[in-house]
Design a protein around this ligand. Structure first.
Ligand SMILES: Cc1cc2nc3c(=O)[nH]c(=O)nc-3n(C[C@H](O)[C@H](O)[C@H](O)COP(=O)(O)OP(=O)(O)OC[C@H]3O[C@@H](n4cnc5c(N)ncnc54)[C@H](O)[C@@H]3O)c2cc1C
Length: 395
């Protein structure tokens, strides 16, 4: 039986595991290793930080959803990958594989800017469950004693969407509390213009975002790099100082340490169009863990986002390639990855479609409206239902 090991228990790892099981059945012995014992529906973390969701609303126990599909779950941190002898190393064991799928996502690089992040700095972050819970507590404290808010993305960021969602949600929630007029909100971003999103913009995204920010009286400072964060002030490289009572900034990302022996200098895995490692042919990688070049250079460095939809697509393509190889069939063609994403805007939302993500595109769309907010709320429930049953064959 072919031994397939997957590292990571999120969008990439779970989709790979379920798809490989579906395609290979008893021909494969599948093991998933994850340092967390639960799946977290990360797209809902901004809602959790607003108090709109509880952790139990958006998490699922991994063991419980993997066991019925006969996928072994090891709740341990991978410490390293020995690609030469095809083994994953944890603190307690060495796990041999015939194929390895790396879906370890990112490591958040708070050290990129002095004072960034909630652990050793002064800004909130909504990118991980524990951090989003801290951000929720900071938000509840802020509501009792409001002041200026600064939200944004520092230089080197690739995942801009959550910063947009957060600033719109803050604006919406302050209006609901009847205190929006007491709060100055500023959005600071390394993107050359708002609506760039790290993907060179999407049709009318620039104009749409400019209008949306103007409508909501949120001040925008684009093309900015941050020098440092002080306890109550953002200091930009151009000398501007922005005082804050609450600040949330998206951090840059690198790959995780466990895969540093098989990654590029930034920690991301170099893969070909089939998500196969460029050097180690029995290693595949999907999702945020892979190296992906941005569509264009920007004056302040930015990266390209890798969304949940993109991650699922990569995992499905990689699984098809691995299954074809094991079954002795021709390797299937893979299309350049595209994205569908709904960005929350507090009281409304925007649907974005980019096929492929990197221009030139066959399809590019951005539309805003209340119905996309409802669609995003429904999608959360649908996705949790789908993944809890291992039904990754569904759209
Ligand atoms: C706040 C926020 C909001 C977002 N909203 C959206 C959205 O609305 N729509 C959308 O499409 N995308 C959204 N995204 C992007 C989406 O969350 C990512 O694309 C997706 O999570 C990537 O999945 P992944 O499996 O590659 O990585 P991750 O989800 O980061 O998962 C990595 C997994 O690997 C595990 N792991 C890491 N290191 C190790 C190790 N050494 N050993 C064992 N296990 C390890 C982790 O515990 C985790 O289970 C959002 C991202 C953020 C941060």
């Amino acid at each position: 039986m072919t031994r397939i090991v997957i590292i990571g228990g999120s969008f990439g790892g779970l989709t790979s595991a379920f798809e490989l099981k579906r395609l290979l059945g008893n021909k494969a012995d599948i093991t998933l290793i994850c340092n967390q014992d639960k799946f977290v529906f990360i797209p809902s973390l901004p809602w959790l930080s607003m108090g709109w969701r509880r952790p139990e609303d958006i998490t699922l126990p991994l063991e419980k959803i993997l066991r019925p599909k006969d996928i072994r779950f090891i709740h341990e941190e991978a410490k390293g990958v020995d690609a030469g002898s095809s083994k994953v190393i944890t603190a307690s064991q060495q796990i041999p594989y015939d194929y390895l799928v790396v879906a370890t996502g990112p490591s958040l690089v708070f050290s990129a800017v002095p004072g960034l992040g909630p652990i050793n700095g002064y800004t909130e972050c909504i990118f991980e469950l524990d951090l989003a819970l801290r951000a929720r507590d900071a938000w509840l404290r802020f509501l009792k004693e409001p002041g200026p808010v600064v939200v944004g993305a520092v230089q080197g960021v690739s995942c801009f969407g959550p910063a947009y969602e957060y600033v719109f949600e803050i604006d919406t929630e302050l209006r609901r509390h009847g205190i929006r007029h007491k709060v100055q909100i500023t959005f600071v971003t390394s993107e050359p213009y708002i609506g760039h999103f790290g993907i060179g913009g999407l049709r009318t995204s620039r104009r749409m975002m400019e209008d949306e920010f103007a409508d909501r009286e949120i001040k925008v400072m684009a093309n900015q790099a941050v020098e440092e964060f002080a306890p109550d002030e953002v200091r930009l490289k151009d000398g501007t100082r922005l005082p804050f009572k609450l600040a949330m900034f998206a951090p840059p990302m690198s790959g995780v340490k466990a895969v540093s022996d098989i990654s590029n200098p930034k920690g991301f895995i170099p893969v070909d169009q089939h998500y196969r490692h460029k050097e180690y042919k029995n290693i595949f990688s999907v999702g945020v863990a892979i190296a992906m070049a941005p569509p264009e250079p920007t004056p302040i460095p930015t990266g390209v986002p890798k969304t949940g939809y993109m991650t699922e697509r990569m995992a499905k393509d990689a699984a098809r390639v691995i299954a074809s190889e094991i079954n002795g069939r021709p390797i299937p063609e893979t299309e350049p990855v595209g994205a569908i994403c709904i960005m929350d805007m507090g009281d409304t939302a925007a649907l974005m479609e980019a096929f492929p993500v990197i221009p030139p595109r066959k399809k590019a769309e951005i539309k805003a409206g209340k119905r996309y907010k409802w669609a995003k709320q429904l999608f959360e429930k649908y996705y949790l239902w789908k993944i809890s049953r291992g039904m990754t064959n569904l759209p």
